[in-house]
Ligand binder design. Sequence first.
Ligand SMILES: [Zn+2]
Length: 149
Amino acid sequence: MNERKINKSEEEWRKLLTPEQYEVLRKKGTEPAFSGLYENEHAPGVYTCAACGAPLFSSSTKYDSGCGWPAFFAALGGDRVNFHEDDSRGMHRIEVSCAKCGSHLGHIFDDGPEEHGGKRFCINSVALQLEKMEHPPGEKTEKETKEAS
Ligand SMILES: [Zn+2]
């Protein structure tokens, strides 16, 4: 990974993003639960950052958490997301942001599926852009599945 980080002014972001995207990605807003485009999405593909296009999550790590937002138990490898302590709104949470452009994505919690490490990335749909593909990264190949069994 030797991608250059993106440093745009808030004015530039405001022009680039829709008002909904700007509110979440740059103002750390949260879309209403069960409102998002990807909450119930099951198509295979890679979820990229809606602000800069960096690949962040694979559909192979997405699961139905019932929390009202797209949930993933892992991010794509290579330090694509950053974590920050977030004490806003009277809660202690860990914020998740895009490592490339610094945009806010959502939060990470410790109530994810046990068998996958117990993490839940709770991410706003509006912060993501799904690029559909037949074999997203992280999906086990036939060979790996055979070796694992
Ligand atoms: Zn980004």
